[in-house]
Design a protein around this ligand. Sequence first.
Ligand code: IVH
Length: 701
Amino acid sequence: MSALKDVEDLTAEEAAAEHARLAREIAAHDKAYYQLDAPKISDAAYDRLRQRLEAVEVRFPDLAHADSPTQRVGAAPSGRFGEIVHAVPMLSLGNAFNDDDVADFVGRIRRFLGLGEDEPVAVTAEPKIDGLSASIRYEKGRIVHGATRGDGQTGEDVTRNLLTLEDIPETLPGTGWPEVLEVRGEVYMSHEDFAALNRRQEGAGKPVYKNPRNAAAGSLRQIDPAMTAQRPLQFFAYAWGEVSERLADTQFEAVLRLSEWGFATNPMMQRCHGVDDLVAVYRDIEARRATLGYDIDGVVYKVDRLDWQERLGFVARAPRWAIAHKFPAEQATTVLEAIDIQVGRTGALTPVARLKPVTVGGVVVTNATLHNQDEIERKDVRVGDTVVIQRAGDVIPQVVKVVDPDREGRGAPFVFPTECPVCGSQALREHDPRTAKLDAVRRCTGGLICAAQLKERLKHFVSRKAFDIEGLGTKQIEAFHEEGLIREPADIFTLRARNEAGGITPPLQEREGFGETSIANLFAAIESRRTIGLGRFLNALGIRHVGENTAQLLARTYGSWTAFRNAAERLADEAVRAEMLGIDGIGNAAVEALDQYFTEPHNRDLLDRLAAQLTIQDAEAVSSDSPVAGKTVVFTGTLERMTRDEAKAKAQSLGAKVSGSVSSKTDYLVAGPGAGSKAKKAAELGVTTLSEDEWFALVGE
Ligand code: IVH
């Protein structure tokens, strides 16, 4: 075999070809390993393939599309390790980018907890380590297993690899640890060890790692723990998952206890009082960043009192009681070569800057978003300009400004198209019916006749949070759509029958890149998704303003597809509309979008065809064993033991639906002092009215 070119030296084209080759090889080896149980190469050789693929993607992030084998690593478990379902999900953190965001964070906490102006709120501050998180479970002081974060719910079993780290004991020293203790923290590699590892890699003719985080991830995920043992990984403990008893009263003391039990904890953690104090610690840590000897990408703040953390709880996938204050984005200068317009799933026309490739913070960037028409005009960005771009973390790179806007001989101002570049339909900027403000986004009005929208909707339909059909990714959807084999969601479920009936020539199994087994696998994957939960199904439809959370809320409220559809088709009826708007978390935009969607006859026909192929399961309330699961609750008056927001969040976490208005569907009205018209209406309708204390008694607190 000819010598492989250094990833560093690959051109964009070569990288794409190399990426495709590696992805193919990895897929073939995965198959040999899994389905045939007959690996053709050593684990070490397999690891090298993956490392090279990862190295290519680090330089060319565009290649890390949904089909890439790496996408299964960061998101769901890769499949090469056993799976571990986290007893308590591993969450991510919301971001703060400036001092105001920090003040907002503290303000939100105060409001949520209903704290007075003078009541002190202690918050810890500590570095945000740029590594990968891991969770290690101990029972009776002995390690049970250790896992990566995975998708937050399920991680990979890397117990044996974690045990090779000096910072992770097999049995807990000392005493006083709870019987069940899940320690969470960050696995990372120091700068010094990273440089030495790369020197060794280079000397052995192996690919070098782009940054310490990749090196840590690659090292921890070696299939052979002996390989991990040779990699100098370290671990900082900063959190916990399931614990059989509370570790302490505060975050600060809990972390101290982790250090008593043998875990390394970060020496820079501090307890702060107030926004100024937090920001001062942030500046201090930022100033020391270069001398720490390991990568950090911000400062994490956490509410110190653990009882407050519990009350604050979570929104979506991040805690309300913590936030990451990120260091500023890295910037670079390059030339804007073209502006392309992309048409998204909901018809939004997004201008994309095509750039002369440039490295920003160790990553080659070739595209950046220009957001929308106003943004281009405001920044007066023109083709041929030299521009500053920036990228922060995993966010899409952005064009910040033009370097020399006054130079002579600039190109003409960019003319934003008023027609969809894909289907030619008019592209309009709508007015918000309530504020009368012009929408920043111009949208193609083509709907389902627009090939771009259709294709993007199909991609969304099969994506992970929707139908999640294995083997039917972006690439396959593009190909099937182009050939006219899949033009709408229902077509996915008739593909097999059409193929078997000879309606597709040549039959799919005879095509290059498929074959009998992979087609059989694809059909099996499709079959396995014929039954789907209502929430997922609604999210899959890709209706504007109806994302994952809204879809789940609607599912839990209406329970069945029939009930939901019935309501969605009758949104012109004021009572039906009011009922939907009464769902806490459902706003005007979503209701308006649903109304538009369900008024359109094409959409209704499409749904008939699709529903005929599926079994749509009724939605279950979140916590079915709670006495208020599935019940509709309204809060009114002044609550004394908690704020309104807190009350709503708590009720929802127990599976109740929280509504803003009383109707015959209301099960409980929780009324504090000063309850007015709602209490009266509840009495008229015979709705059970509870005091705040009675409510707490009902939910068992
Ligand atoms: S706390 C419930 N503390 O940042 C919150 N996370 O962006 C649990 N991270 O997945 C996380 N340093 O991998 C926390 N000192 C720190 C951290 C930290 C790094 C990572 C962690 C998490 C990610 C969220």
